[in-house]
Design a protein around this ligand. Structure first.
Ligand SMILES: [Zn+2]
Length: 83
């Protein structure tokens, strides 16, 4: 399951918030812009579990393909269901 983190920052004041959902971030942006007239930007950071995991595993040996045995990335022979 994907996770998204959206960071909202204002160019004109120290206003900054973080949200788990794009919709929430958009609401925050709209509210701040409409109430203050400031120029608000947002940055979307994907925290996809697979990406995070690959990054963590890569720290072990430096290669993203060298991961834990139970990772789908390195399963050389996926079990196929017998019909
Ligand atoms: Zn502002």
């Amino acid at each position: 399951m994907d996770e998204t983190r959206v960071t909202v920052r204002c160019r004109d004041c120290p206003f900054a918030t973080a949200h788990d959902r794009l919709r929430d971030a958009r609401t925050a942006v709209d509210e701040h812009e409409s109430t203050t007239g400031h120029d608000v930007t947002w940055e979307i950071e994907s925290l996809d579990a697979g990406v995070s995991r690959a990054g963590a595993d890569a720290g072990v040996c430096g290669r993203p393909e060298c991961v834990n045995d139970d990772s789908p990335l390195v399963d050389p022979d996926p079990p196929e269901p017998e019909s």
